[in-house]
Design a protein around this ligand. Sequence first.
Ligand code: SF4
Ligand code: FES
Length: 369
Amino acid sequence: MAEPRVDPPIAMLAELTHRCPLACPYCSNPLELAAKETELSTGTWARVFREAAELGVLQLHLSGGEPASRRDLEDLVRHARDAGLYTNLITSGIGLTRARLEALVAAGLDHIQLSVQGVRADISDRIGGYRGGFDRKMELASHIADLGIPLTLNAVMHRHNLDDLPATLDLALTLGARRIEVACVQFQGWALRNRAALQPSRDQVDTAKRIVAEARDRHQGRMVIDFVPPDYYADFPKACMGGWGSTGLNVAPDGTALPCHAAQTIPGLAFQNVATSALVDIWYKGPAFMAFRGTDWMPELCQTCDRRDIDFGGCRCQAMAVLGDPTATDPVCRKSPGRATLDALLAAEGEGGAAPDFIYRRPKPPVPA
Ligand code: SF4
Ligand code: FES
């Protein structure tokens, strides 16, 4: 069969560390977090950034955990900039001071994506499991505005904060964000573990869609609103990662190269490490990246479907998580025989009774908010 055409990746997400002062129950990090001792060194990351740029990567997302937990963050930004990459820092804001921000700007940082867990200290600190976090985020946002750093507010929405969506949009405007990403929680990693606690109701989702549509009209030209709807309520799946191994890759703190956040939940995939393999080989020939590229792997249902090249059969990790089969059609799809399983989950979780307590991301008990 013909090999699928493979273009270079556009973006790379560098998970610099899994260390984080927050403990959000919706975190997409794996349940088994990488220890500090296993993290790549400054020098290895610098080489990987150069290899990424040579490969064709344009945008580098520096993420975690909390990337500011790395003392060498400023050096890493400088190396990325020297390699010619556009640098976006994805941060909770905890661990950054004005002085560190100034150093990051001097190192060439292009953009910041600041997460908010809620619009008030009570809910924000409860969801993040970190007392005082909201106030520190607001203080940092004022420094970001002062220094003129382009800002996107990143709001992960779920059952506990979707009703605050209008206030969340107002907060983004107040903080001077040029863009807000209203991302309904995607159930991977810790979020999957907390799915029943986080699952929104259909009413919440319908209301959110209406609010976003109205706000997009109202704020046109002032702020861009990206909306990631909760796909369990959709009729067709999302094109996860823009198609497996087709537009981007993730590198875990220990250097494991991943086609997506949750790829390690799929049994039998062989992952390479950027410390010992060249990024170009990993991208074009790595067995994990080849596994679900193109269309040959698809079940007949997707092979013969007119949306095959739109959603690429959906998310492999979701098929694994819900159906236990990474080669199945994404259960979100209305045509999928697995949709009944997803509907049963929604009936039990989305419209069910009281939500269970959060299981916070870190193993030790959270600081009470
Ligand atoms: Fe997408 Fe497959 Fe469903 Fe078609 S059958 S819409 S390709 S998931
Ligand atoms: Fe892995 Fe969607 S998260 S394919």
